[in-house]
Ligand binder design. Structure first.
Ligand code: ATP
Length: 364
């Protein structure tokens, strides 16, 4: 396995007179054996970052080292992609349909002109490790979803890469198998202590696999931290939204209180703040109740239910303060709540964030 050290990495594409700074000065070290996740919106440089590490793009500036070996330098590839010891997985699903499991797994070894006897040994070893021995002669159409995933992973790992690079690997999978695919990748990555970089726009991919994650915005890391820290303490509003559903509401902070409307308010986490801010609170940190108290929650005021709809195991309920219809909050409820009904709004105040006019988190 290898550590990856990236210093001031830049990739600028030029389209006529327009300059696209796809990767704009990234410095990061990914230690040997770590699973590192790159989360970011579409078009912000995730794939370019991965391709630079793979050696498929020439850096405009900056350097990349695998352990102490220089692999890319400004304007040149020092070590060609095929000599970097990497495995790249774009879509975990994509097996060759006209090849058996054995041939699918053997494919990268044959490409690398590995001797036949060694190929046989390696394919059988990894098939054993991944529970595929009994299906080596099967074609992909004869496999269960789980067996297909394991075959794809076996094919990626059979060359014993020192670095695994994954780009949106689960995006083509059904929701039902996506979770088990994530769990399998995580298990194998941890067991083998395989240095892994996974890029995705889906926080679930990153949160289920990565030990450390970087959020890339405009070609730069806006935050590098543990996935839970990125979720709980986002550096800014964009990171907060990328991490998962969050209510963002314009508020006024005055006299130690955050006002969502003139009647709905919670204590401010930072008594020094005064003025206009944007409040961020995740739906799971907000609750509706007939009572005014619940463990860990603070009563904020009266709200009216606008709509309650069932989405993925919860009743997404939208409410507004009774005195201001223009403010809306999304709440996760265990059951249907009748639109028009009035409820008490409770907020887990230690989880709220305030963002300033630049979107920076001022509650950190
Ligand atoms: P997505 O999630 O949509 O794949 P991404 O975060 O992976 O997006 P990149 O594919 O790295 O983003 O692209 C970053 C920026 O660089 C985009 O503006 C893209 O249009 C531009 N770009 C990428 N490759 C090229 C290229 N070969 N030539 C010109 N511009 C490019």
């Amino acid at each position: 396995m290898a550590s990856v050290r990236v210093e001031n990495l830049k990739k600028i594409f030029r389209r006529g007179k327009i300059e696209v700074r796809a990767v704009d000065g990234i410095t990061i070290t990914i230690p040997d054996g770590q699973a590192f996740g790159v989360l970011g919106p579409s078009g912000h440089g995730k794939t370019t970052f991965l391709r630079l590490i793979a050696g498929l793009e020439v850096p405009t500036d900056g350097t990349i080292y695998f352990d102490d070996e220089l692999v890319s330098a400004p304007g040149r590839i020092v070590v060609e992609p095929e000599h970097r010891g990497i495995a790249m997985v774009f879509q975990l699903w994509a097996l060759y349909p006209n090849m058996t499991v054995y041939d699918n797994i053997a494919f990268p070894l044959r490409n690398a002109k590995v001797p036949k006897s060694e190929i046989d040994k390696k394919v059988k070893e990894i098939a054993e490790e991944l529970g595929l021995t009994k299906v080596l002669n099967h074609y992909p159409r004869e496999l269960s979803g789980g067996q297909m995933q394991r075959t794809a992973i076996a094919r990626a790992l059979v060359k014993n890469p020192r670095l695994l690079l994954m780009d949106e690997p689960f995006s083509n999978l059904d929701a039902a198998v996506r979770d088990s695919a994530r769990a399998l990748v995580r298990k194998i990555q941890r067991e083998r202590k395989l240095t892994t970089i996974i890029v995705s726009h889906d926080p679930a991919d990153i949160f289920s696999i990565a030990e450390v994650a970087g959020v890339i915005i405009n070609g730069k890391f806006a935050q590098v931290s543990s996935p839970t820290d990125i979720y709980d303490n986002p550096a800014n509003e964009v990171v907060a939204k990328l991490g998962g559903d969050i209510n963002i509401v314009n508020v006024t902070v005055s006299g130690g209180f955050i006002y969502l409307s003139s009647s709905v308010k919670v204590p401010s986490p930072n008594p020094k703040l005064e003025g206009k801010y944007r409040l961020g609170v995740r739906p799971e940190d907000v609750m509706l109740s007939d009572s005014t108290d619940a463990p860990g929650m603070t009563f904020a005021g009266k709200v009216k239910v606008k709509v309650s709809s069932y989405v993925a195991g919860v009743f997404r309920t939208v409410v507004s303060p009774i005195d201001d219809d223009s403010v809306e909050l999304m709440v996760n409820m265990g059951g249907y709540v009748e639109p028009g009904s009035e409820k008490n709004l409770l907020i887990r105040t230690q989880k709220i964030k305030l963002f300033d006019e630049n979107g920076e988190n001022v509650t950190l």
